[in-house]
Design a protein around this ligand. Structure first.
Ligand code: ADP
Length: 629
């Protein structure tokens, strides 16, 4: 007897001792394995062209033997070699089970069984002995795998007439809590197949009893019971059905099973197009980003089917990067089955489909934004960053497409808003869209520079993602309004009179400002009297194209050399501290130097930047305290 690998054993234990109420899903799992196995063989036969197999040759058969308590599922798919049998059923498999492992920290175990495909091992939820008899296509040897549970399994040679796999479940005896007998009832099995596996594209057949009128019944109608081989499923894949024929629940179930998501999708896009390029598409906007979404490991793409046969698991060319979160599939009869990845890239049909899907996805998002704001905000929390990258990427080639889908937090609305909404609320005569940048909202909202704007009733967009400011620079102008960073640009908020008096104040204090600048010894390009401060004494601003935020972001990039923003120390001419500076300029230049250093340090701290020499800063501050005491 061979041992299961540790992970498999854990999963197996869970299945055997499961108190999960939807045990019925074991059938769905075994049927979809059978269907996959037939897909594999069918696909191979289409490629090789010499197997002589056609789609009609494939079939799944379910047999019930009540007396021996056995339920078997037989397919004539690719089957498994001895090695495959060992590798596939002795070791936990990819897809569903892997997700299971990742998610189990977060989720209740019982939930997981229902939400994810747990594959072959789910057979142990209803069965105390599982036998797999299989013969690989093209081989004349067959093997039997058998296991009674966690102790292990055996593999022995066996007889089998044709290729394919037969799974025989010995159904557990009834217990007080659980009626396992139901899995030996043809009607129950029929309804499980209908519920979960209706769209499987191969016939799932079973012998069913039916009563019919006796042909030779003369005077009185007489009935007889006949056993007929019956196809249980309708074989039409969900995406081939008309929208009106598919219930929300069916869509959801399909999505959750196929894409291993335990949450319902936020939106479902189902569309079919006939004409120059015919295809059906079934797309889903997920509620959550997968754990690896913002990493290089994440591979965007849709499943690609050619006339109902899956030819690619993730076809990236069907989705632009910025909509890479969309899951789903495309089925087109205009694609060749043998098309290679390289050829697909240049395929006109595919490009056409991509651009149509892009429009569909965009309009779905727009409708969510307009009609279901709350859901959109959830969506944006997860995938907004991707849309922002999209607006910024390729020198803004997609900004028109994406700019109205972006949300930014508004200082006055206290929630994320669109640019369109911002512009619609602009004050009369306001010609700019004001924004402020920082690491987090709390910090941005309390920036000294924001006060004056708030005072004048101006809305400020608070940007906290690294890419945000680059997005604004890329968009350049929205509805004829340019963007203004409240820390670096001329805010153009003053009246002529204010400008005049500001100018006068500058002239009067030129020497003081020049002295302070010199004493900072190149740390700032200028010391100026501020036009953007209200109650705070100082702030740091920048001149030119590179702002402090951009400096941080660019320098954090692996390739991002040493970019430096041109720093300007702004002093509030109306603040009492300024009067102190003025008087020190006359009386005590050494002290003025120390004060200048302190103010510069404060400005850095407020901007969220490290001070050059924290110990010196602290010493200076203490000296000042001592003097005041
Ligand atoms: P999954 O289907 O998620 O890969 P399973 O545990 O259900 O995981 O199955 C493990 C592997 O066993 C499958 O990937 C497949 O290679 C193989 N397998 C299972 N059932 C069959 C079958 N009926 N015919 C051929 N191979 C099968």
């Amino acid at each position: 007897m061979k041992q299961f690998k540790a992970e498999s054993k854990r999963l197996l234990d869970l299945m055997i001792h499961s108190i999960y109420t939807h045990r019925e899903i074991f059938l769905r799992e075994l049927i979809s394995n059978a269907s996959d196995a037939m897909d594999k063989l069918y696909y191979k036969s289409l490629q090789d062209g010499d197997t002589g197999l056609s789609r009609e040759d494939f079939c799944i058969t379910i047999e019930i033997d009540k007396e021996n308590r056995s339920l078997s599922i037989t397919d004539n798919g690719c089957g498994m070699t001895k090695d495959e049998l060992e590798n596939n059923l002795g070791v936990i498999a990819k897809s569903g089970s892997l997700h299971f492992k990742q998610e189990q920290e977060k989720q209740d175990e019982i939930d997981i069984i229902g939400q994810f495909g747990v594959g072959f091992y789910s057979a142990f939820m209803v069965s105390d002995c599982v036998t797999v008899r299989t013969r690989a296509y093209g081989s004349d040897e067959a093997f039997q795998w058998q296991s009674k549970g966690a102790e292990g399994y055996t593999i022995t040679p066996c007889d089998k007439d044709s290729h394919g796999t037969q799974i025989i479940l010995h159904i557990k005896p009834n217990t007080e809590e659980e009626q396992y007998d139901e899995y030996l009832d043809p009607f129950r099995i029929q309804s499980i197949v209908k519920k979960y596996s209706d769209y499987i594209r191969y016939p799932i057949q079973m012998d069913m009893e039916r009563s019919r009128l006796k042909e030779d019944s003369k005077d009185q109608p007489e009935f007889e019971t006949v056993v007929e081989r019956t196809t249980l499923n309708s074989m039409v894949p969900v995406w081939k059905k008309r929208k009106s024929e598919v219930s929300d629940e069916e869509y959801q179930r399909f999505y959750q099973e196929k894409f291993f998501d335990f949450q319902k999708p936020l939106r479902i896009i189902h569309s079919s197009t006939e004409g120059v390029c015919s295809y059906s598409a079934l797309l889903f906007i997920p509620a959550n980003a997968p754990a690896d979404y913002y990493t290089r490991q994440y591979e965007k793409g849709l499943q690609l089917y050619a006339s109902g046969v899956m030819i690619m698991e993730r076809c990236g060319d069907l989705l632009p990067d910025y909509f890479g979160f969309v899951r789903g599939l495309v089925d087109s009869q205009d694609l060749s089955l043998n098309i290679s990845r390289e050829m697909l890239q240049h395929d006109r049909q595919l490009q056409l489909i991509e651009s149509r899907l892009e429009k569909k996805i965009k309009s779905e998002l727009e409708s969510m934004l307009t009609n279901d704001r709350e859901t959109y905000e959830t969506f944006f929390k997860n995938f907004g960053l991707q849309l922002k990258f999209g607006a910024y990427a390729d020198y803004g080639a997609h900004k028109e497409l994406l700019q109205d889908l972006l949300l930014f937090y508004s200082s006055s609305e206290k929630k994320p808003v669109t640019l369109k909404e911002y512009v619609s609320r602009m004050k009369e005569g306001q010609t700019h869209i004001y924004y402020a940048c920082g690491d987090d909202l709390a910090r941005v909202e309390t920036m000294p520079q924001i006060e004056l704007l708030k005072d004048k009733g101006m809305e400020v967009l608070c940007l906290t993602d690294d890419v945000d400011e680059f997005v604004f620079k890329t968009i350049g102008e929205y509805a004829g309004k340019s963007f203004k960073n409240i820390s670096s640009d001329d805010l153009e908020l003053e009246s002529e009179q204010e400008k005049q008096s500001h100018q006068e104040q500058i002239e009067q204090n030129q020497d003081l400002l020049a002295f302070m600048q010199e004493s900072l010894d190149g740390k700032v390009a200028k010391v100026v009297l501020s036009r953007r401060l209200k109650s705070h004494p100082v702030c740091l601003s920048t001149e030119g194209d590179v702002t402090l935020e951009m400096e941080k972001v660019l320098n954090a990039m692996p390739s991002g050399g040493q970019v430096k923003a041109v720093r300007v120390l702004e002093i509030n001419g109306g603040h009492p501290v300024f009067a102190a500076l003025q008087s020190l300029y006359e009386k005590d230049r050494e002290k003025l130097k120390a004060y200048t250093d302190l103010l510069y340090g404060q400005a850095l701290l407020i901007a969220g930047l490290p001070i050059d020499d924290p110990a010196a800063f602290s010493d200076q501050l203490c000296r000042l305290m001592e003097q005041q005491a």
